[in-house]
Design a protein around this ligand. Sequence first.
Ligand code: ADP
Length: 377
Amino acid sequence: MAQITEADVMSRLKSVVEPDSGKDIVALGMVSGLVVKDGNVGFSIEVDPEKGPALEPLRKTAEQAIHEMPGVVSATVVLTAHRAQSQSAPPPHAHPQQQQQQQQQETKPLAPGVKHIVAVASGKGGVGKSTTAVNLAMGLAAAGHKVGLLDADIYGPSQPRMMGISGKPSSADGKILQPMENYGIKVMSMGFLVDEETPMIWRGPMVMSALQQMLRDVNWGELDVMIVDMPPGTGDAQLTMAQQVPLAGAVIVSTPQDIALLDARKGLNMFRKVDVPVLGIIENMSYFLCPSCGHQSDIFGHGGARDEAERLGVEFLGEIPLHLDIRETSDGGQPIVVSRPDSDHAAAFRAIANRLWEQLDTTGGSEARTAPKIVIQ
Ligand code: ADP
């Protein structure tokens, strides 16, 4: 069977009609970020934020239409809030207050009440980035800080599971989402908005609009620190995020092998390229602690990250062993810092969180991004 193409998809979408105008969504220019790969189709429908919830049936119709096409394996359609161009005139019927709101929406800064936004990143997947992010967030909360956790790992959002949260965020006015919350930490994740089984295919512009919405259109309130669980790797999506989110700094999670493979160094260089200070490196799965006898084995060559950090002139924030309790608690929705606060592992995460906080205090925070750049040599 011939492979389905972007043109096939666009042509099929011409039959999907936006109810208010009676015109099709292609003619209205509402389709964006179309990706077609091996029969998997993904795109977003740009909608007026005020009509967003009412257009859910339109999203479903479009998804269904594509799904029914021969050769389509999966179809993922998301509604994205369309930001009007600043030069575009407000609709003629708009009330002055509405016009003002629209302008505010366009210029509203991302998460203005958040003092420090910190990216937790890794050179590749599976090194324990999400586990570290959630336990760091909890360590910071344990120290009395007001903490938010933004799961930007849109390829495999794991924070709903690790934070033990299910359900969907609510919105009182249909525009601003209320973050989900557990263990005193506010959380937002694409995992709350899209089904876990739905394969997600993203392209640069979609990634950015999803991330910006999760920052701008969520009622984060006042926070001391927001931990951002980044997608793994150092590709374009990660680079754009690092560039566009007002990050106070980044933390790189790495395993000893990862260091040997230079993946972590790539992560470090990516942040340096966009002038985001690297606040430190954490070595995860540093050594193996046998859960029955407590014997320590350095199966991956423990200590690589510490040496590498020293070589690169970056702070070494600490190390976390490979231990069954860490896996079971985080995968079970009760990360070790909250479920076993007296354990050595919880203490290790808290100590790392405290060192991170000290680093933040020295570098100034997200507002300080326009201040003289901190160059780490
Ligand atoms: P990433 O976000 O880098 O893809 P995750 O945090 O999802 O990685 O971790 C991958 C798996 O490894 C998860 O099942 C997690 O529970 C487990 N894991 C992470 N860190 C540790 C650790 N220090 N000890 C044991 N298991 C761990």
